[in-house]
Design a protein around this ligand. Structure first.
Ligand SMILES: [Zn+2]
Length: 223
């Protein structure tokens, strides 16, 4: 937050939100509600300090009115830091549900076939911390890519540090928003306008295949 002094609220959010999401996702299995609440107070103080620094001559009420509010309509929380122009806001740690699962046995690898059931159970018990709209297409597809049948969620293993969670959550969000924009219909059910999530590599392969079948790909080969 100190580095972000002099930046505007959208820049602060673009930097901080993915980090908070990554940490909340990783630690949701090992901390208590109380610790998440403490982290939220900590983030509140950091964002308030940042705002005060950005507007040194403004009174406290001006600052809180400008940067804090009930940005998440699903939560009765008036002290969320956000950007009034875009509605973007800093999620609270407390919004990520704490999950309880057994500790991973020492040196357990998700690639070990003997532990396949353990990992399957663990995944079922702890769905990734995504909102319901994002989770729905993943759930209806049974967590799999319809083109190759392989698992969509975690390529080989669940992310296992805050930074990996950050990258994974950012990737999934991007994938989903792209699909919304592309609105690629399911070729097997042309009337079905629902979003399908596929690996981007599978999508590319399937596009190339379709082009070849239509006989319009000659120029691709002449490169
Ligand atoms: Zn695939």
């Amino acid at each position: 937050m100190r580095i972000l002094r002099g930046s505007n609220a959208p820049a602060v959010l673009a930097t901080i939100v993915p980090i908070v999401r990554g940490w909340a996702a990783y630690y949701r299995g090992v901390v208590s509600k109380r610790i998440f609440a403490t982290l939220d107070s900590h983030m509140w103080r950091l964002t308030y300090k940042w705002a005060k620094y950005s507007h040194a001559n403004k009174p406290k009420t001006w600052i809180t009115r400008r940067y804090f509010g009930r940005f998440n309509p699903a939560r009765a929380d008036r002290w969320v830091f956000g950007d009034r122009a875009s509605g973007a806001h800093l999620p609270r740690f407390a919004w990520t549900k704490i999950v309880r699962h057994q500790l991973v046995p020492g040196r357990a690898s998700p690639d070990d076939p003997a532990l396949a059931q353990y990992w399957a159970d663990r995944r079922r018990k702890a769905p990734p911390p995504l909102d319901r709209t994002t989770l729905r297409p993943i759930r209806t597809q049974g967590g799999r890519c319809p083109l190759c049948g392989d698992t969509l969620l975690y390529a080989d293993r669940e992310p296992n540090c805050p930074r990996e969670w950050e990258q994974w959550l950012t990737g999934i969000r991007k994938a989903i928003s792209r699909h919304n924009l592309a609105a690629t219909p399911n070729p097997d059910k042309p009337d079905d306008a629902r979003i399908r999530l596929v690996h981007s590599a599978c999508q590319r392969r399937s596009n190339t295949g379709a082009t070849r079948r239509n006989g319009t790909s000659e120029h691709l080969h002449s490169r």
